[in-house]
Write a protein that binds this ligand. Structure first.
Ligand SMILES: [Fe+2]
Length: 435
């Protein structure tokens, strides 16, 4: 058997990978073409899903006007939550069911896009809410057929939700962040207009930028797809396939762009070129991690975001405690890099170089340290908190944090080396402060 791009096949391991992504349209002014895109997809009556803060924005206005100019009936749903919950997904699904729409358009961050995915699913194939939710919390039931067309228009340069088949939410009764994952949830078309980055506040841009950085880094360092057991049927191959030759290209280029642009994009709102690059990197990394999967920093982030007591990130709406997703991820990333690098030092060193670290003469044994320091440097230059201690956690919280991260089995299994409970405690302890 011929090996693939340097990936070595192992007995019982997979030998095949898939590249599955949404169709993508990218460029300045692309939002004004949504009406024509929707008509081409056969939409006549659309649910425009957004959140309250964006409902009165020029972006939603542009999309709504474009849809109306194309002769499409539009009903706006502006109740998406910034961190969606089972209740907010359910409310959007009720709206979708009552409205009898033949298409969805989402405008917003990952939350609005994910809300539209859920509304589309539950209004098209109604079932008990738990049915489609990831195991072990839910039944992980396969989605029975195609969903209605969905055009996703991101307004942050972050989640990549416009190209992925995952909808993440807080399951309130279980005090857990989980999701619904299926290729069928992927939006039909992602319309990415980098002009939206002009009005992104500094901290919002930083948080979403670090989410992108971690998507790319985690995909690049994920367990190789050849080391995951070959699925019994082709349809059982997971979206989180592990690092593969295609996701490597997307992830490496996204890291190169981020390393060169994140500091300028965050600190200078007038640096339109740097902000545009961030948007492109977000999409690229979305395609990468959508086909490879993330691992340890994301698994840890769900505990950080779920257990936060008082910290409220600047520029985020409301008064409730909130650690935005990208921030909850990146505060774990240096600790994770130090811990995981020995599993694949060459890759960690390459990632450090792509992010802009000086790696000439650095030995593989120092890969984790060099990568971690480069991430810390970027965090400090953009005003990120100093580890999980910076968002209010202390040594006494480490056991609870471990309890919050351990159930994220799907993510932990995608790490380049096995991770158990004591490992997670050690990771959280070393993520308390970095400088
Ligand atoms: Fe993420």
């Amino acid at each position: 058997m011929i090996c693939c791009q340097g990936y070595e096949f192992v007995p019982g391991g997979d030998t095949t990978f898939e590249v599955d992504t949404s169709r993508v349209k990218y460029g300045s002014g692309a939002l004004r073409e949504v009406g024509s895109d929707a008509r081409e997809l056969g939409m006549t009556r659309v649910a425009l899903v957004t959140d309250r803060a964006l409902a009165a924005s020029a972006y939603v206005d542009a999309v709504r006007a474009s849809l109306r100019d194309a002769g499409i009936d539009v009903a706006v749903y502006d109740e998406s939550r910034v961190e969606p919950t089972d209740a907010s997904f359910g409310a959007a699904a009720d709206f979708a069911r009552d409205g009898r729409f033949d298409g969805f358009v989402s405008v917003g961050g990952g939350s609005s896009i994910d809300t539209a995915k859920a509304a589309n699913l539950y209004s098209t194939y109604p079932d008990a809410f738990d049915a489609y939710v990831n195991a072990p919390i839910g039944g992980a039931k396969p989605i029975p057929g195609a969903l209605r067309p969905h055009i996703a228009c991101p307004t942050t340069s972050g989640t990549g939700a416009e190209v992925t088949g995952i909808a993440i939410f807080d399951y309130l009764a279980h005090h857990a962040k989980t999701g619904i994952a299926s290729k069928r949830l992927k939006p039909t078309l992602g319309v990415i207009d980098p002009d939206v980055t002009a009005t992104l506040p500094k901290n919002v841009l930083a948080c979403s930028g670090f989410d992108v950085l971690s998507h790319a880094l985690e995909s690049y360092t994920a367990r190789p797809y050849t080391q995951r057991a070959r699925p019994e049927t082709p349809g059982a191959r997971p979206m989180s396939q592990g690092a593969n030759p295609f996701s490597d290209i997307a992830s490496a280029e996204a890291m190169r762009i981020l390393g060169a642009n994140i500091v300028a994009a965050v600190n200078d709102p007038h640096d339109a070129a740097a902000r545009e690059r961030m948007m492109f990197a977000a999409t690229l990394a979305g395609i990468g991690f959508g086909n490879a999967g993330v691992h340890v920093p994301h698994a840890m982030s769900y505990a950080v975001a779920g257990l936060v007591r008082e910290y409220h990130a600047a520029e985020y709406p409301g008064t409730e405690a909130i650690v935005p997703h990208g921030m909850a991820v990146i505060v774990n990333a240096p600790a994770s890099a130090r811990f995981l690098a020995s599993a694949n030092p060459a890759r960690h060193l390459e990632a450090a170089a792509l992010l802009g670290a000086e790696t000439t003469g650095v030995s593989n044994g120092d890969a984790g340290e060099v990568l971690a320091r480069r991430i810390e440097e970027l965090m400090r230059a953009t005003g990120m908190p100093n580890g999980i201690g910076g968002v209010g956690f202390a040594t006494a919280d480490v056991a609870a944090l471990r309890g919050g991260a351990l159930p994220q089995k799907r993510l932990l299994a995608n790490a380049p080396r096995p991770i158990d409970g004591p490992d997670l405690e050690a990771l959280f302890a070393s993520a308390l402060a970095y400088w």
